[in-house]
Design a protein around this ligand. Structure first.
Ligand code: HEM
Length: 266
């Protein structure tokens, strides 16, 4: 599968290189092109060419093949937002960024290419991605309909059948009971020794249960693959908005002041 995406990632790198002279690129738009091409290639087997043409042909395909279009719609924004927010955070954390880059370079050197096996060796990048999904859960809440009356344990509170329930993913991820100092991007939070310390339902960037994200593994791998490529050859310099101010329009999390990131070659 990874081989399928080699062309897409080359297009991403070529596009960034072509624009190195610019003060910054908008990370969300950049990775929207990337995730459009990846998911179009994966779900439809077509080359959407987002980096080559602004009015990508894939958009009209999407209307024709509606169910697959829904799959695309559900996946492309969470993937691109996660990449953009992770890179944003790495701009603010040069030490973490350097460590990730060292790990990526070593793995690529060992495996000669960014293969699936090379990605498996990038354990630190994985930890960083989990922490990024905690701090920036692109889907900030999920919803369910209660199918039978349910009394919350240790309380008199009853959720009646048919009640629409919103589960605050963002709130759980920032609850200091589970994640001490939650605003801190902590590169050790998901290390092997720490990752089982919090409740399994406290960290739910892909939802939970039978209706959880069907693209979780694929989305995670896509993020890892794209970031490994970008970080192995191109470094970002900071033109990033601090502190992050979230947009209030739309139901996915977004930055109010966009996410400009300056790139330079390693
Ligand atoms: C980092 C990437 C992604 C994140 C953070 C993410 C997150 C989520 C979340 C939170 C849900 C709701 C789950 C629930 O209600 O319990 C969801 C559902 C869904 N996601 Fe993802 N997603 C990602 C990538 C993808 C990709 C790549 C695809 C498809 C290729 C995809 C397809 C879907 C679909 C079809 C659903 C609806 C599942 C259902 O209703 O049964 N997602 N996703």
């Amino acid at each position: 599968m990874i081989v399928l995406f080699d062309n897409v990632v080359e297009d991403l790198k070529t596009y960034v290189r072509k624009n190195l002279g610019k003060e910054s690129l908008e990370a969300k738009e950049l990775f929207a092109k990337f995730s459009t091409d990846i998911i179009a290639s994966f779900a439809f087997g077509v080359d959407a060419n987002s980096f080559k043409s602004e009015s990508a042909e894939f958009r009209s395909m999407e209307r024709i093949v509606a169910p697959a279009g829904q799959l695309f719609a559900a996946g492309f924004e969470p993937v691109s937002f996660t990449m953009a927010f992770t890179l944003y955070e790495l701009c603010l954390q040069p030490d973490i960024s350097n460590k990730v880059q060292q790990e990526i370079k070593k793995a690529i050197l060992n495996h000669r290419k960014t293969t699936y096996e090379a990605l498996k060796d990038m354990k630190y990048l994985e930890i960083i991605l989990y922490e990024s999904l905690r701090k920036y859960p692109t889907v900030p809440f999920i919803d369910r309909i209660c199918i039978e009356d349910y009394k919350l344990p240790n309380s008199n509170f009853m959720i009646e059948k048919d009640t629409l329930v919103y589960i605050p993913v963002f709130g759980l991820h920032y609850d200091s009971k589970y994640f001490p100092n939650p605003k801190k991007f902590d590169s050790k939070r998901f290390s092997d020794e720490n990752k089982n310390r919090f409740h399994e339902y406290a960290f739910i960037p892909f939802g939970k249960g039978p209706r959880s994200c069907i693209g979780a593994r694929f989305g995670f791998l896509t993020n890892k693959f794209g970031l490994a490529h970008i970080l192995s050859e191109i470094v970002k310099s900071t033109k990033t908005p601090v502190p992050m101010e979230y947009g209030t329009k739309g139901f996915l999390i977004s930055s109010k002041r966009r996410l400009p990131i300056g790139f330079k070659e390693l």
